[in-house]
Design a protein around this ligand. Structure first.
Ligand code: FMN
Ligand code: ATP
Length: 142
């Protein structure tokens, strides 16, 4: 029997939109099982703190069709969930701030050899959590 290909995607997934769905659908097409690591609230330092708490972000992402398994990430060690999942493929979103070669080297040093795949962006009105939040704030002031 051929082993199943495990794909891992990560992200904050604060306010869900069709860009997230497209990201997850692209990821799922690269293998058989799609695993998701949800960023912990305290680790989201590259943009405003998520509006939706981590447990709720996890619940919503876990319910999406392409997703087979979703879990909260580690608070301290990003390689801990990777050891648990042991992915064959790790996807990076179009704007995820990781260099493919740096991530690959860091993984290789720890004994993990997944393929790293950078995914595409889909354009659409408010296909961004921050754009939705900004529009809500804007309308409140009108
Ligand atoms: C391979 C990998 C593993 C990650 N593991 C964790 C983790 O265990 N805990 C966590 O809080 N964030 C983790 N992250 C970070 C994010 O989930 C997320 O990709 C990053 O914060 C960028 O978020 P964005 O979706 O806002 O672009 C990981 C990212 C990558 C690429
Ligand atoms: N329009 C989109 N097209 C393709 N992928 C997307 C799109 N929007 C988000 N993603 C991907 O979904 C993953 C999780 O996204 P994230 O939680 O950062 O949402 P976001 O809408 O990009 O947030 P923000 O607007 O705060 O930057 C990331 O890897 C990101 O690249």
């Amino acid at each position: 029997m051929t082993p199943l290909t495990r794909v891992l995607a990560t992200g904050t997934f604060d306010i869900l939109h069709p860009g997230h769905l497209y990201f997850l659908e692209q990821a799922k097409m690269l293998g058989d099982e799609l695993y998701i690591i949800i960023s912990r609230d305290v680790n989201v330092n590259h943009k405003p703190t998520p509006i939706v708490p981590e447990e709720q972000r996890l619940k919503m992402v876990a319910a999406l069709k392409p997703v087979d398994f979703a879990m909260l990430g580690s608070l301290t060690d990003y390689f801990e969930p990777i050891a648990e999942i042991n992915p064959d493929v790790i996807v990076l979103g179009f704007d995820q701030n990781f260099q493919e070669n740096e991530l690959e080297n860091a993984l290789n040093q720890r004994g993990f050899f997944p393929k790293i795949v950078r995914l595409q962006k889909i354009e659409g009105e408010y296909y961004s959590s921050r754009a939705i939040a900004a529009e809500i704030a804007e309308r409140k002031n009108k």
